[in-house]
Design a protein around this ligand. Structure first.
Ligand SMILES: Cc1cc2nc3c(=O)[nH]c(=O)nc-3n(C[C@H](O)[C@H](O)[C@H](O)COP(=O)(O)O)c2cc1C
Length: 238
């Protein structure tokens, strides 16, 4: 996932050996869709799907990924929303295995809605949101967070996500000023929180993948290294 909402692209990559592909992120309610329009107006490309079409659009992409039944992995949908209801609705779509609550987006228009990365500053609000989704979801639930955001206690956030009942914690272990992940933050989260931890950031070869696993991640995810449509190393070696 890196701004790609193309089911065919995900399907092609999935068969390279991934257990899960993530599609999105999608703005799924009126407030986040309107924020998306403001982001487009200042020149950044965003997905522009109207509130009336968003569910059908996601449904179609899921079917493109899963329809031939030859790949047995999970499809996760990364979602920006201000309330739990649209996340729950998407979790109940046929073929959605995981809904991923985006507590990662740092676009100001999204953060102004107390959404995306802003959720990290309010672990109690994040907890309530995740708990409500978990209670009614038709799929597993993941939460995507970003590390090293000023003022954020990643351990408190991770515990809130775990206590709310999420299945996965997906950590973009971004380390400002560095071209590699913050391995220490992965270790600290793993030591303090018993949840399936997906480690992310700057994985581009076997060495960087193994380093994040050695730090404590249960799995890895990649975005920019996959934009060309192929995996730069043999995933079976992890
Ligand atoms: C163009 C672009 C768009 C992205 N869009 C999203 C998104 O919608 N949701 C999300 O959780 N992460 C998004 N990300 C973040 C990536 O998923 C990933 O966390 C980040 O790029 C670090 O991983 P990498 O070093 O493997 O690219 C985006 C990244 C890029 C480069």
């Amino acid at each position: 996932m890196a701004g790609i909402t193309d089911g065919s692209f995900c399907r092609k990559l999935a068969s390279c050996g991934f257990d899960m592909v993530t599609i999105g992120g999608y703005n799924v309610d009126k407030a986040t869709i309107a924020a998306g329009h403001r982001i487009i107006q200042r020149g950044r490309s965003e997905f522009d799907v109207s509130p009336d079409e968003i569910i059908n659009h996601i449904d179609q992409q899921i079917h493109i990924i899963k329809d031939d039944n030859t790949w047995g992995g999970m499809v996760s949908v990364n979602i920006r929303a201000i309330t739990p209801e649209p996340v729950i609705e998407i979790s109940q779509l046929d073929g959605v295995d995981v809904v991923e609550i985006n507590a990662h987006c740092r676009q100001p228009e999204i953060m102004d809605l107390q959404c995306g990365q802003r959720l990290l500053l309010e672990p109690l609000h994040l907890y309530e949101l995740v708990k409500e989704v978990v209670k009614k979801a038709g799929s597993k639930v993941s939460v995507k967070i970003r590390a090293n955001v000023p003022g954020v206690d990643e351990i408190a956030v991770s515990k809130a996500v775990k206590n709310a009942g999420a299945d996965f914690l997906h950590v973009d272990a971004m380390k400002p000023g560095h071209q590699h992940a913050d391995y220490n933050i992965i270790t600290s989260i793993k030591k303090s929180t018993d949840i399936f931890l997906i480690g992310n950031n700057s994985i581009k070869d076997l060495k960087s993948a193994l380093k994040i696993i050695d730090a404590g991640a249960d799995g890895i995810s990649m975005a920019r290294a996959l934009i060309g449509g192929c995996v730069p190393f043999d995933l079976s070696l992890i």
